[in-house]
Design a protein around this ligand. Structure first.
Ligand SMILES: [Mg+2]
Length: 214
């Protein structure tokens, strides 16, 4: 529920998967996880923060973002990337995407995602998403819920965090936004058991678009 006026944000950061486009439903992360385990990769102790993600998705992402060695990270990506690319080619827009894009108007926009770079490019191309900055999963930038991906996008755009809002479907997005000093709009997609803690929580992109209109 939204109470009272919302701030006027000059820059908008967007999560990609299940915020703008549903990629996860089309990616076989359980096969990717099995391939990683057969190749000797082991899951780091403890899972990252709970989200709406499936268990295999969560384990694959936590394993990947927990790898600090570049060669190991690249070796692991080779198992995950084909599954994500296949899913990216099938992924459908989330309800209200057109309304959200219209409401962005002329604001600078950044995409901050835990998807691989190649899968992200496929999704942006298929859905004609033209943006000013893209920060996908990279071995050299700590991943959400850390703030670095958001700060990298804001640096590219040239926007201070205080003038920006992040829109995302995951508690990790909210934690990253909080850590970066960026306002946050949580999109529940009808999920009752969400753990968003901030005041701006909406059901879908149509409601998010309403917050962006003057
Ligand atoms: Mg997401």
């Amino acid at each position: 529920m939204i109470a009272g006026p919302t701030p006027t944000w000059r820059t908008v950061l967007l999560d990609l998967d299940r915020t703008l486009v549903d990629v996860e439903s089309q990616v076989d992360y359980c096969s990717a996880l099995a391939e990683l385990e057969r190749a000797g990769f082991r899951h780091p102790a403890g899972l990252g923060p709970a989200t709406s993600w499936g268990n295999c998705t969560r384990q694959v992402v936590d394993l990947l973002v927990g790898l600090s060695d570049e060669s190991e990270w690249l070796r692991a990506e080779r198992f995950v990337m084909p599954h994500e690319l296949a899913g990216a080619h099938r992924a459908a827009a989330m309800p209200g995407l057109a309304e959200l894009l219209a409401a962005l108007a002329t604001r600078p926009v950044g995409i901050v995602t835990l998807l691989s770079g190649p899968a992200t490019e496929v999704v942006l191309d298929r859905h004609a998403l033209a943006v000013d900055a893209v920060v996908p999963r990279r071995h050299d930038i700590p991943a959400k819920p850390r703030p670095e991906q958001l700060l990298a996008a804001l640096h590219t755009i040239g926007s201070p965090p205080a003038e920006a809002v992040m829109i995302g479907d995951s508690e990790r997005d909210e934690m990253a936004a909080d850590a970066a000093g960026v306002d946050f709009v949580g999109v529940t997609n009808g999920r009752d058991g969400h753990r968003f803690t901030g005041p701006l929580v909406v059901r879908d992109l149509r409601e998010a678009a309403a917050l962006l209109r003057p």
